[in-house]
Design a protein around this ligand. Structure first.
Ligand code: HEM
Ligand code: HEM
Length: 179
């Protein structure tokens, strides 16, 4: 039998993680672009805590797979949306991982609302990385994956709205529990 429904738990996790990721992406871009240092600790703390929601969601999808694609969609739409769902899921796990590697190995320290997980590495009043290669790779990845994820989320939301308002099918309603 085909599994094409979203349970209350998977819908709840979708909206919770989705909203968290959107907020962290926006805060990340804004704080990095305008160098708003006051936002860094908040971004990092919420980013680390987000893993508590992200991990169960990703593990559940890896174990159970996705519900079958929506047959109201054209075949190419089903293929594209399935690929984008994978990109979103993988991006969701890679962002906090690269962020933590970036801050931790960069010597900037890692703490959650003041509770230190990895301490800063300060030598002669300068922040010194614990491992320069891991730091540079993770920093670049956090940036590049952030942009790719932003683009995928844009397509994802545009697709959901197009199906709801133009095609008037049940795509969005399946995810809000109305279908
Ligand atoms: C306003 C924002 C969003 C809307 C309206 C929305 C809407 C939807 C809808 C309607 C589906 C079901 C698609 C289908 O059955 O073919 C879906 C699935 C999905 N969405 Fe979103 N979404 C939003 C934000 C996000 C964000 C920010 C992420 C991740 C970063 C995300 C990740 C996913 C994933 C991975 C799926 C596949 C199904 C699942 O794993 O539960 N969504 N979304
Ligand atoms: C969980 C999801 C996360 C998302 C979606 C996210 C997203 C972003 C984005 C979009 C940027 C801007 C990239 C740029 O223009 O350089 C950024 C920057 C940053 N993120 Fe994250 N992030 C997340 C988690 C984390 C975590 C867990 C940490 C560290 C513990 C972290 C540390 C940083 C730092 C230090 C910057 C500043 C980069 C700079 O100044 O160039 N992030 N983040």
């Amino acid at each position: 039998m085909k599994n094409n429904t979203y349970t209350l738990a998977t819908r709840g996790l979708h909206w919770l993680v989705g909203l968290t990721m959107l907020s962290l992406l926006i805060v990340g871009f804004v704080m990095a672009t305008f160098e708003i240092w006051a936002l860094y600790d908040l971004h990092k703390s919420f980013g680390v805590l987000a893993i508590l929601l992200i991990l169960p969601r990703v593990i559940y999808r890896l174990v159970k797979g996705f519900p079958s694609t929506n047959e109201a969609h054209k075949v190419w739409e089903q293929k594209v949306s399935h690929i984008i769902h994978w990109v979103l899921l993988i991006g969701t796990i890679l962002m906090p991982v690269t962020g933590m590697l970036y801050s931790g190995f960069g010597g900037y320290g890692l703490d959650v609302f003041g509770i230190s997980l990895i301490s800063e590495n300060i030598v002669d009043d300068d922040i010194v990385s614990y491992n320069e290669s891991v730091f540079v790779i993770a920093k670049t990845a956090h940036w590049v994956i952030g942009y790719c994820l932003g683009a995928a989320i844009f397509l994802h939301i545009a697709g959901a709205l197009k199906h709801h308002f133009i095609d008037k099918d049940d795509t969005l309603n399946r995810m809000t529990g109305k279908a």
